[in-house]
Every structure is written in structure tokens, then in C-alpha cells.
Design a protein around this ligand. Structure first.
Ligand SMILES: [Zn+2]
Length: 734
């Protein structure tokens, strides 16, 4: 993510050239590789690269840098640490880490060639050796080639590469030089167009191409109108074409080489990066992206994995984490338990995992880091048969790229908060969730979810609404929250849009509330399943967007209240940043509407947004949980466990085995931060959590099994466990 710091890794594939049988991909974007390709079978790997030039413009005469960067030693260390593949750093914004004739060579290498050594050693051990190759990082190369540089609206140089500039041809020469070493593929990092203002690119080449495509000049401001819509499309297609053409070229040189691009289509990334969730996930052999508390939160680990899965259904997906305490290059190593928690969260969610290792300045490896990575990789391999099964979902959480761009605009976090809050609720409440994306939405695709949740999906098309109606009509459960469906395609508040979703909701939106500090209350006439663990006749804050509805075909439940406002607030002389107490009722808190065999439960407030807010009260989260359980009262599996234990349920129908993964998170308390108080990163996890959990099923359990240290107690449709490990998996035969 931010600038070049995350410049990351890559991998690559099998030397098996024969039998390259291509099958059509599920999303039709491109051909898929044969199932013999390395990434169909890999579980753990590493990306190893140097530290010292990651910010670009390093001293080209400093021969200490990479003087000990040793391809043979890196491969041997990765193999000893149980890697299934290795991504070796070969090019960044400053240097090549091999004897390049096209690029400056890292000064400490002198006549050595770590890539040549690594390929020889890796092939001797049949280890797929992939080249980490940067495409987007300022440094010595871009300084020498200003003709490839992105330009801002005012023509200023942006320090990044423009993908329409002719740079693609230069990249082809660079990857050809690397392919000649016999590598098995590439991790390309990263096809972004920046991570915020100023946005690019307004270079002469982009201006010409834009005019040719749209018949007029590029917009000269961020106008959020039809011209800006074209600009977004232009930027998206620029990234897509670059990815497709670079990959096609690599394939033309070596048809067996795998190609993946470091993905930036998921939150917290938005339009500025130039990637959409689906459009830019499918242009490689598999999607790969990053996680880590430094940029994505503890809950983002599992959520990122599910997002990648949704962006390329049916295909392998990879997630990268780091062994550094805070980031990639910080030269530190996390405790084993902290890395175990992250690694096993990713594996349980179905990803294969790369750990990023950044060597010391001279290229030296940290033996303790390799010892710890080796320990957890060995554990992963020992339990390999428990990963990769199909998930059993309770809820599909909907994500709309259109809403991200046109409601979120330059404050996309406001949209992400509802999406991420929904995932947080599911994780805390042990509801298994997957992600559903607007770009590849189909009725067949959402049938696997008993319940679909639309968290503040402000922009809905007629096509989406029609698919949701069919889904509910045939028995699906739909939960709608906040201001879903209240805006036009261009993101403006719209009565026409509200009318379009009225039949789905069974209510007429009379107003979207301007306030975020909105309140709800339920009385004793509300079905108790919706008020479980919530006091009735009690007003509680559900911070987030809300809508005043009047019911048409739906039944009203509870009350929604707007907040009081002081005289100064009404006069605009005081802010309303802090929640104020409840004021008058403006409509029902919820609406329950029946369509065919299914039901739509609309929450006029936003418990998802509230769950991810600074004013998260547990009742707001429980309201959303209760909504799911009200619509689906007897799921296949119900799990009770502490909120800091993440669970994942998978099914292997062939052996009639359900697997319930438990991953206990045990971050330690922190002191205040020296800056940005009160915001702190979570403390590290040093030891496993000891916890009890219970699994209830709607089927008779034939047998239940767990690891050696877990206490287990089985009855007909219930299993009680006491777990003292970071990760445990309970196998239930049905
Ligand atoms: Zn350009």
C-alpha cells in the first residue's frame, strides 16, 4: 500500500511445461492453468528481499548494500523452513539484484549473481522460484526515464510510472531478461496508480488516448460527474490492459510461467489506486494481496482472505503477511504465537500464505526469524489435510464497487465502515461469512448463502434489485441496513432510487436522516429472537446512517429516533460529532417483508456501521446478529465461543466431515501512543488463549475428534471443547 513501502513479493510456478491444458475460467476473464501448477498445491512460502533501497534513490556507490545477499543461502534457508515456493526479490525502483544489462545492479553484488545461484539451488530441490519484480516504484530507474512518469492535472511529475507511457515495452525487456534465468514465474508489485492525492495521470499519452476513446479532453478536476465517471473507467482499463499485456508477453516467452499481481482492489483501497475488486483480481493466475495489523487490522486478516476468494471464485488465492513486528522492513521478528494466529487464520479461510522476510542491510538472514517461520510452517504442513475445503457460510456480506466509488468518493472509509462492521459482527458472533461482490453478482452465486446482508449499499442498480428479489422469492433471507438503495448511480440522494427498492423493503423511505447519532428501541411486542441480549423498552445508540420509513407491505418493528440537538447545534455554532441523547421517533427501527418463500429484514439504522465505530455498544452488534438468527433460526452449525476467537466452518461432503476451525486471538494491552493518541496498534500475542467453546448442530454427530491437548465432550447434537492452542480444528462426522 502506501508508496513503495509495501513493495512486495512474488512467486512462480512449475517447470512442468507439458500438459498445459487450459480450461475456461469461472469468470471468463482468462484461461486457467492446469491443476498441476504449483499454486494449486502450495500452502506456505516466503518472499525474501533486501532492506536499504525500499524508498528509492539509495546511494549507488554504497557497496555494503547487499554485499551478503546470497541466492543459494536464501533458497536453502527457505527449504529448511518448510517453504513450498520462494519469491526472490530481483528488481525494485533502484536496482536489479542480478547481473542485468538493462538496469543498474545493486552495488554490493559486484560480480555476484544471487538470481543465478538461487535458480540453480531451487531447481536442484524442485522448489518453484519466483521473481519479485517491481513495476511501480520511484527511484533511480524512473529518474533516468522521465518519459515514463505520471503527471498530475497541472502537469507536475508524480514520481510514479504511467502505464500508457511506453513503459510496458521497457517492462517486457526487463521480464524477458529475468525469464532467461529459468525462473518459474513472477510476483509483480504493484499495478497501482497512487494511494491518494494528487491523482494521476494527465500525461500527453493519457490525454491523447482519453480523447480518442471519449471524444473530448480529460476532466481538469475531480468533478464526480459524467466526465469523472469516464476518467475512472479510463484509469481502470489502463491498469487492466497493462496487467493483461504484461502477462500475455510473459506467457509468450514461457507458457509455464505463473504470473500474479499484488492486488489492491479490497478495502481500504479505493478508486485512487485504479483497481476494482473483480476487474483487477482475475488478470493473473491467482489473486494475491497483503494483510497485517499495520494496514489492515486483526479482523482484516480473515476478511481479506474472503474478499480475495470472492474476487476470483473457484481459484486459489494467496495472502502475504510479514514476520516483522510492525512492517516489512523493520528488522524485527514477532513471537511465534503472534505469527501462528495470523498464519492459521489465513489457512483456515482457505488462502495459501507467504511470509515476507526483509534481510538486513548487507543481505544477511536472521536465524531466529527462520527458526520461528520454520516452526509454524511445519505445523501448517502437519495439518495440511484440514485446509482447502469448501466453506459453510451463514452470511454473505455484500460489497458494491459502485457504492465505494460514487458514495464513498474521497471518503471511502465511510462506506467501508459498514462493510467491515458487518464482518466484525460475524467474527465476534461466530457467524461464518463470505463476501459477495457486485461486479460478479449472479443468482446462482448467492444461493450458497442462507442470508445475504447489504450493509449500507447506497447505490443499487435495477439488475441487482431484481437478482435480490429472485433470491428472496425462492427462499433466501435478505438483510438491508441503513441507507441502502437511497442514491442514484452517480451517488446523489434520489427519490427514484428509493422507489426502486421500495417493493424489496416493503416500505417507503420518507427521509434519510442527516444525523449519525441515531437511536432505536424495541418493546415487548417485538419477537424475542430480535431482542435477545438487548433490554427492551430501552433506547440505545446505533451510530450510523439511518432512514425514516413508512411501511407499505412490511410489518414495522420497534422505533427509530433521531437525536436531540442543542440550540447551538441547530444554529450551526456547535458540532454534533459526539452522540446526543435520543429525540423524537421518526419511523420503525426495522421492517419485515415477505416475498415469495423468503423474507427481507430492513434495519432502518446501521448496526454494521455502529459495530465498527468508536461508539460500538454490544447491543448494536447483537441487533445485527439477532437479525441473522431471526431469519435463519436453525443453521447447520451454531458456535458459542469468546468473541476474540475466530471460527471458520468447512465441509468435505465426500467424507461427510465438517471442520470447525478455532483461532484464538490474545493480543496484550498497550500503553498510550507517543503520537496519534489514543490510537495504538494492538499488542503482540505471546501465548495461546485458553478457552471453552460449544458447537451445536442440526444433525446427529457420528463422531467428533480434536487435537491431543483439547478436551472434548460429545453428545448427540452438541460438542463442548476446552482449547489451549492458537489454532484447533474439530472434525465432526455427519
Ligand atoms: Zn499517463
Amino acid at each position: 500500500m502506501r508508496s513503495s513501502v509495501s513493495v512486495r513479493f512474488q512467486l512462480l510456478g512449475l517447470p512442468i511445461l507439458a500438459a498445459v491444458l487450459y480450461a475456461g475460467s469461472c469468470c471468463g476473464v482468462q484461461a486457467q492453468r492446469p491443476k498441476s501448477a504449483w499454486y494449486y498445491h502450495a500452502l506456505t512460502g516466503m518472499e525474501v528481499g533486501p532492506t536499504g533501497a525500499q524508498f528509492g534513490h539509495s546511494d549507488p556507490t554504497d557497496t555494503r548494500y547487499c554485499s551478503r545477499f546470497d541466492g543459494t543461502q536464501i533458497v536453502q534457508s527457505a527449504i529448511a523452513a518448510h517453504c513450498d515456493y520462494l519469491v526472490l526479490w530481483v528488481r525494485d525502483g533502484d536496482y536489479a539484484y542480478y547481473q542485468s544489462k538493462l538496469l543498474p545492479v545493486a552495488p554490493g553484488l559486484k560480480s555476484r549473481d544471487p538470481l543465478k545461484d538461487a535458480v540453480r539451488e531451487a531447481h536442484a530441490h524442485k522448489l518453484p522460484l519466483l521473481a519479485y519484480c517491481v513495476v511501480q516504484q520511484g527511484g533511480h530507474y524512473l529518474s533516468a526515464h522521465p518519459e515514463y512518469e505520471m503527471r498530475g492535472m497541472d502537469g507536475s511529475r508524480l514520481g510514479r510510472f504511467c502505464y500508457n507511457s511506453g513503459y510496458l515495452e521497457a517492462m517486457k525487456q526487463i521480464v524477458a531478461e529475468q525469464l532467461a534465468y529459468g525462473i518459474d514465474g513472477f510476483h509483480i508489485d504493484m499495478v497501482d496508480q497512487g494511494f491518494g492525492q494528487p491523482y494521476g495521470c494527465w500525461c500527453d499519452s493519457c490525454k491523447r488516448l482519453f480523447h480518442k476513446r471519449f471524444g473530448h479532453d480529460m476532466p481538469k478536476s475531480v468533478s464526480w460527474d459524467a466526465a469523472w465517471n469516464e476518467m475512472l473507467e479510463f484509469r481502470y482499463s489502463t491498469s487492466e490492459q497493462f496487467e493483461k499485456e504484461l502477462r500475455a508477453y510473459i506467457r509468450s516467452v514461457n507458457p509455464a510461467a505463473s504470473v500474479d499481481f499484488n492486488y489492491h482492489g479490497n478495502p481500504p483501497f479505493s478508486f485512487e489506486v485504479g483497481q476494482r475488486p473483480v476487474q483487477h483480481a482475475g488478470n493473473a493466475d491467482f489473486v494475491t494481496g497483503e494483510t497485517g495489523q499495520w494496514g489492515f487490522s486483526a479482523l482484516g486478516v480473515g476478511l481479506n482472505a474472503e474478499f480475495y476468494r470472492a474476487s476470483t471464485p473457484g481459484r486459489p488465492f494467496q495472502v502475504a503477511m510479514q514476520h516483522g513486528v510492525r512492517m516489512y522492513h523493520d528488522q524485527t521478528t514477532r513471537p511465534v504465537a503472534d505469527m501462528q494466529w495470523e498464519l492459521f487464520t489465513l489457512l483456515a479461510h482457505g488462502a495459501f500464505v507467504t511470509i515476507v522476510d526483509k534481510t538486513g542491510f548487507e543481505g544477511q538472514l536472521d536465524p531466529i526469524a527462520y527458526q520461528r517461520m520454520g516452526k509454524i510452517f511445519a505445523e501448517a504442513h502437519a495439518g495440511a489435510s484440514n485446509f482447502g475445503q469448501d466453506p459453510v457460510y451463514d452470511v454473505g456480506i455484500y460489497f458494491s464497487a459502485r457504492t465505494r466509488d460514487w458514495y464513498g468518493r474521497e471518503r471511502s472509509g465511510l462506506y467501508f465502515q459498514s462493510f467491515q462492521g458487518a464482518a466484525k459482527m460475524c467474527a465476534y458472533e461466530h457467524l461464518s461469512y463470505g463476501v459477495v461482490l457486485d461486479e460478479n453478482l449472479t443468482l446462482a452465486g448467492i444461493r450458497r448463502f442462507p442470508t445475504l446482508l447489504l450493509p449500507n449499499t447506497e447505490i443499487l442498480s435495477a439488475k441487482e434489485i431484481d437478482i435480490f428479489r429472485q433470491y428472496v422469492g425462492e427462499g433466501g433471507n435478505l438483510i438491508v441496513t441503513g441507507q441502502t438503495g437511497t442514491r442514484s448511480r452517480m451517488g446523489e440522494p434520489s427519490l427514484t432510487a428509493c422507489d426502486a427498492s421500495e417493493a424489496l423493503i416493503g416500505g417507503k423511505a420518507s427521509a434519510s436522516l442527516a444525523s449519525k447519532d441515531n437511536w432505536v428501541a424495541f418493546d415487548n411486542t417485538t419477537p424475542t429472537v430480535l431482542t435477545r441480549d438487548i433490554p427492551t423498552v430501552w433506547k440505545f445508540l446505533v451510530e450510523g446512517p439511518a432512514v425514516a420509513y413508512t411501511c407499505t407491505t412490511a410489518s414495522p418493528l420497534g422505533n427509530l429516533m433521531e437525536p436531540e440537538r442543542t440550540t447551538l447545534q441547530k444554529q450551526g455554532k456547535d458540532t454534533s460529532d459526539w452522540p446526543m441523547s435520543a429525540g423524537r421517533s421518526v419511523g420503525p427501527a426495522a421492517l419485515l417483508n415477505r416475498i415469495g418463500k423468503g423474507r427481507v429484514l430492513t434495519l432502518a439504522c446501521s448496526p454494521d456501521f455502529a459495530t465498527a465505530s468508536d461508539h460500538h455498544i454490544t447491543e448494536a452488534r447483537r441487533l445485527l446478529r439477532n437479525a441473522v438468527q431471526m431469519l435463519e433460526p436453525t443453521p447447520r452449525v451454531t458456535i458459542s465461543a469468546p468473541a476474540n476467537v475466530e471460527t471458520v466452518v468447512t465441509d468435505d461432503p465426500k467424507t461427510r466431515t465438517l471442520r470447525i476451525h478455532f483461532i484464538g486471538y490474545n493480543s496484550l494491552p498497550q500503553t498510550t501512543a507517543a503520537s496519534t493518541r489514543p490510537y495504538t496498534l494492538p499488542g503482540l500475542m505471546e501465548e495461546p488463549l485458553l478457552f471453552r467453546a460449544e458447537i451445536r448442530t442440526r444433525f446427529d454427530i457420528r463422531s467428533a475428534a480434536a487435537g491431543r491437548t483439547t478436551q472434548i465432550e460429545k453428545s448427540a447434537r452438541r460438542v463442548k471443547v476446552t482449547i489451549a492452542d492458537v489454532h484447533e480444528v474439530i472434525l465432526l462426522k455427519y
